[in-house]
Ligand binder design. Structure first.
Ligand code: ADP
Ligand code: MG
Length: 383
């Protein structure tokens, strides 16, 4: 990220001496399709971020210029006018902050980001988190990081119409450098676990496909496992979320649940258990054990939750062929396209990229995208 350029763009638009803030995108390592049912997830922040240059102004409005959108919006919190495009993310955060009693000053912001949009790395959560931190810091207040995440999530729900879980905003606000964060999406507590970045690189491989199914499949899956929970209450009357069951609890009664709800519940129950286990393995330095859970997670998303696709399965199968050089690999994010995440031995990364790139292009007619990321820190002011 070119901060010199960001500062000079700010100066050209609004005047001198802005403060600088950043909030990162993320990749989820394990615990996929568990956050909607308030289970466990284990994401890390990537070393790409939304950066903001900002200063208080006496205009009474929030003026925001995005270098990525090549556009400027002006938000007047005293008026009922509503933003339509990318300004919704800014407006949502500002209005919810105000509603919660924060003082939101008139301010000028310039935004620049190297989180690619729509690549499954959560540029929108990074934007919400960066703006929430900026506006509260400019007002001279300190916002609790869990509250900051919830305001970003509410922005998606109430101003954008995306019914997302808390993971993306939570990790962007709370990430710890060099670590993944185990997040309990029910209690909103979290704990950092060290990643083996001295020996392995985190390689994100983008299929560059987005199959059309995403929204409808998402709603179908949700309906399926909610149906599963209802039926399981026959055996477990107090059941609220699938995280309360172990895989063996479920195995004992799953024949009572019709398909496909049975498979959907099996994925969510097993994935919550795998996520907790994966964090424990990282804590113990059991890297092979951690990697094994990533492969298992992929198989479960493919066979039980059924949200993978040919391109994702192909990438994971090719990664398998690298033996010990790849600790683990799996699809990450919602599925039906998007990316895989793999832990690849540092000295095998170049070979991994070139071999897989050639094989993938031969099979699907285009190259996949690659990004190698360090686990970054959460949102902060930049000195
Ligand atoms: P993602 O998976 O990357 O979060 P979304 O569709 O949820 O994809 O969010 C992308 C949207 O967020 C963009 O279309 C844009 O409206 C907004 N956005 C993200 N980054 C920026 C930016 N740097 N400047 C302005 N808007 C942005
Ligand atoms: Mg998003």
């Amino acid at each position: 990220m070119n901060l010199e350029n960001l500062i000079s763009e700010f100066t050209a638009s609004f005047g001198a001496n802005p403060r600088l803030f950043r909030a990162p995108g993320r990749v989820n390592l394990i615990g996929e399709h568990t956050d909607h049912d308030l289970g466990y997830v284990l994401p890390m922040a990537i070393d790409r971020a939304v950066c903001v240059a900002a200063a208080v102004s006496d205009s009474g409005i929030i003026r925001v210029r995005s270098l990525n959108e090549d556009d400027t919006v002006a938000i007047d919190l005293r008026s009922d006018a509503r933003q339509t495009g990318w300004g919704r993310y800014i407006e949502g955060v500002a209005r919810i902050l105000m509603e919660k009693g924060y003082s939101v000053p008139g301010a000028d912001l310039v935004i620049d980001s190297d989180v690619p949009v729509g690549a499954g790395l959560s540029s929108s959560a990074a934007l919400e988190t960066a703006v929430g931190l900026t506006l509260t810091e400019l007002a001279g207040t300190t916002i609790d990081r869990v509250e900051l995440a919830r305001i970003g999530q509410r922005t998606e729900h109430e101003y954008v119409g995306v019914n997302c879980g808390i993971m993306d905003q939570y990790i962007s606000a709370n990430a710890v450098h060099g670590h993944a964060l185990l997040i309990d999406c029910l209690t909103l507590e979290s704990a950092p676990f060290p990643l083996p970045t001295d020996r392995y690189g985190v390689v994100i491989c983008d299929t560059r496909v987005k199959h059309d199914l995403v929204m409808s499949a998402y709603n179908d899956r949700r309906r399926d496992y909610e149906e599963g929970i209802r039926m399981l209450r026959g055996s477990f009357p107090d059941l609220r979320h699938l995280r309360e069951l172990t895989p063996s609890d479920l195995a004992g009664v799953e024949s009572e649940i019709p398909e496909p709800s049975r498979r959907r519940a099996r994925h969510v129950v097993a994935e919550n258990a795998r996520c907790l286990e994966a964090a424990r393995r990282l804590g113990e330095g059991d890297l092979a054990g951690f990697g094994a859970l990533m492969w298992e997670s992929h198989a479960s998303l493919r066979d039980d939750y059924e949200v993978s696709c040919q391109e994702l399965d192909f990438l994971v199968e090719r990664a398998r062929e690298f033996g010990d050089a790849v600790l683990g690999s799996r699809m990450t994010g919602g599925g039906f396209g998007g990316s895989t995440v793999s832990f690849v031995a540092r000295d095998s990364i170049e070979e991994f990229k070139s071999t897989i790139s050639i094989a993938f292009e031969r099979e699907f007619g285009h190259e996949p995208g690659f990004m190698v990321s360090e686990p970054a820190a959460g949102a902060c002011e930049i000195d």
